[in-house]
Design a protein around this ligand. Structure first.
Ligand code: MN
Length: 227
């Protein structure tokens, strides 16, 4: 097969302790999935989960420095546990959801908050606030065989060494299996799909020169910089 224009590489992430890589197909993100963050964004605590997407090529790898994005004066970090799907499924029952997970990573749902706020006010889509270039930093994927299914443990984010977000996976409003069950009733999940599972309270802005460090106990760490 030949393409009419040059084809691009499949976006991918390293797999921890492996030479293989994890190909990224779609990036689903869950909004407001920690109670304290839902409150800080002005929402009730147990609404049904809702989702938005980022493009696969928005992935940024651990250790990279990304340019401050265009068209924003309020770039926010959101520390998130990321689940990586390894087996297809639709209408997945909660009790089977873990069987569909290949592994886990640590990610940042970078957000142009000013554009997202404007979209909310005008009842427009969030895409330009959420799905911009290099908006999805993510660590290597750690297979379930080595990290299990993390359901408790600290999740924190530091900017230039100072703690900005600090939560625990037990505070997720919709657990990872519940989120997979719900999402798979809306779309068929496929290997290569990442799910950013939401962020704890404490979101805030970063500026050029900032270093962001995210940690999820029992999974790993992610470090990026804004250049
Ligand atoms: Mn988020």
């Amino acid at each position: 097969m030949s393409f009419a224009i040059p084809a691009w590489d499949i976006p991918s992430l390293p797999v921890a302790s492996s030479a293989d890589r994890y190909p990224v197909r779609r990036i689903y993100c869950i909004g407001r999935n920690y109670a304290a963050h839902a409150r800080e964004m002005g929402a009730d605590e147990r609404e049904p989960p809702f989702f938005f997407l980022k493009p696969a090529d928005a992935i940024v790898q651990d250790g990279e420095t990304i340019p401050y994005p265009a068209a924003t004066g309020n770039l926010h970090y959101e520390a998130e546990l990321v689940a990586a799907i390894g087996k297809p499924g639709k209408n997945i029952p909660v009790e089977n959801a873990n069987d569909h997970i290949f592994g886990y990573g640590v990610g940042i749902d970078l957000t142009r908050r000013d554009l997202q706020d404007e979209a909310k006010q005008m009842r427009r889509p969030w895409d330009m606030g959420k799905a911009f270039d290099q908006s999805a930093p993510c660590s290597a994927i750690h297979p379930v065989a080595s990290v299990g299914h993390p359901a408790k443990g600290a999740i924190w984010l530091k900017v230039n060494g100072e703690t900005k977000q600090s939560g625990d996976l037990t505070e997720l409003i919709w657990s990872v299996p519940e989120s997979i069950a719900y999402l798979s009733g809306l779309v068929e999940l496929m290997p290569g799909d990442l799910i950013y599972t939401g962020t704890p309270a404490g979101v805030g802005a970063v500026i050029k020169g900032d270093r962001i460090q995210v940690h999820v106990n029992g999974v790993c760490e992610l470090n990026i910089a804004i250049g």
